[in-house]
Design a protein. Structure first.
Length: 417
């Protein structure tokens, strides 16, 4: 097998320029084989699919957004991971930051969690216990079989019988009155009648085979474009009649390395999750509209941009751009305009949560711990796989339990699913 055969085939979708050159170099360093390198605007879904990539790396910028929508049939193929990177960040990433991104890119492409630099590999932690592992028989030793037998016996009389030597069941029958008796009697569904009525003479009846209803005509059906999940206007909560008075809020705080962690968290949340989820993710370029579109593609809950004056509604994800925070009033919680204002102390303590992910501001850890002391659920991303773990390490020092984004979502669902 050649060296190229062992490398992961990847399609690189980026406009010509420094960003594409840096991403090509990063893919080569991460052990990938670029099987397609093209501007998304000059590519169609069939060409992308025919290249046979096992992963796709996309350099995001406003000029390619419409082209990416046209490529969605190929990008949404089952089992095909799609990795997004901001083109501007990719073009200027260098030195230690570039090497760290290459390690995380390699981990995504090859399906492992080893993102530490050479010489700092983490030890494999094994929770060993004496004795042999539990067998399937031991696992079900206390299971009771009697309820299943009782259920089967109760249903047996209603099931069709198929005994050797007997004829197949007759077709479904329905009773209809004879034409001459139709004016005198109407046959209804069988219902219990008093014994005295049993002696009454029934109308003349005939037995006919029931014919199934005709199938609907599907020839006129056509596909239509539905409104994207994230396309909710700023006043959506008021228009739907849902205002303020939420029981609690989940605040997700992140920064560098945070978009991937936030996506994993939102993917794992159940669609029945009732709390509003606020995402405060600091972006260098400030392209929060792109972040909303990315999260809306993968999240189970509706995603929208938080707007000043808007009341919070349950079961939605709000992305907070720079300069938008939250205030509490007589009508409940709503967003307002204020720069760098801490609002954790406004959250309903016992029914709220704060999750600090990669790149969260360490200076906000004190407010999070104070909220935890009042009964809120506070946690953070596990150090392993975290780009910037300064804040989560402070949480761990305060005896706060950490976890992977999917684990954090599971814990939230157990509390407020």
């Amino acid at each position: 097998m050649s060296a190229n055969d062992a490398r992961t085939p990847v399609a690189l979708l980026a406009r010509p320029g420094p960003a594409r050159e840096r991403l090509r170099e990063a893919l080569d360093a991460a052990g990938a084989l670029v099987v397609l390198e093209e501007d998304p605007a000059a590519l169609d879904a069939a060409t992308l699919a025919s290249a046979g990539p096992r992963a796709v790396l996309v350099a995001l910028e406003p000029a390619v957004e419409d082209a990416l929508e046209a490529l969605e049939p190929a990008l949404e193929a089952s089992g095909l991971p799609v990795i997004f990177d901001e083109a501007d960040l990719a073009a200027h990433r260098e030195g230690w930051e570039a090497q760290r991104w290459i390690r995380h890119l390699a981990a995504k492409l090859h399906g492992h969690d080893d993102v530490l630099p050479p010489g700092r590999e983490q030890d494999l932690a094994l929770d060993l216990e004496p004795g042999h592992p539990q067998t399937p028989q031991e696992a079900h030793a206390d299971a009771r079989f009697e309820p299943h037998l009782a259920e089967a016996e109760a249903l047996a009389a209603d099931l069709p019988q198929d005994r050797p030597g007997t004829q197949a069941a007759a077709p479904a029958l329905q009773l209809q009155p004879e034409p001459e008796a139709a004016a005198e009697a109407v046959v209804e569904e069988e219902s219990p009648e008093p014994a005295a009525d049993a002696a009454a003479s029934p109308p003349a009846l005939s037995v006919t085979a029931a014919t199934p209803p005709p199938l609907p005509d599907f020839s006129r059906l056509e596909l239509v474009d539905l409104e994207p999940v994230g396309a909710i206007d700023a006043d959506g909560a008021e228009q739907a009649g849902i205002r303020g008075r939420v029981d609690g809020v989940v605040l997700v705080v992140a920064g560098i390395g945070g978009p991937d962690a936030v996506r994993k968290l939102l993917v794992a949340l159940p669609k029945e999750f009732s709390h509003p989820v606020l995402v405060q993710l600091r972006l260098d370029g400030g392209r929060y509209d792109n972040l909303v579109k990315q999260l809306a593609r993968v999240a189970t809950l509706p995603v929208q941009m938080a707007a000043p004056g808007q009341f919070l509604a349950g079961g939605r994800v709000y992305v907070l751009p720079d300069g938008v925070t939250m205030e509490s009033g007589n009508e409940g919680l709503r967003f307002n305009e204020a720069a760098n204002q801490e609002f954790m102390d406004l959250l309903p303590s016992e029914q709220s949560a704060v999750l600090m992910l990669s790149g969260a501001d360490p200076e906000r850890v004190g407010a999070a711990l104070a909220l935890a002391a009042r009964g809120a659920y506070v946690s953070g991303q596990a150090v392993e796989g975290c780009y910037d773990a300064a804040a989560v390490k402070l949480l761990a020092a305060g005896d706060i339990e950490l976890g992977a984004p999917a684990q954090l979502a599971e814990r939230l669902a157990q509390r407020w699913g």
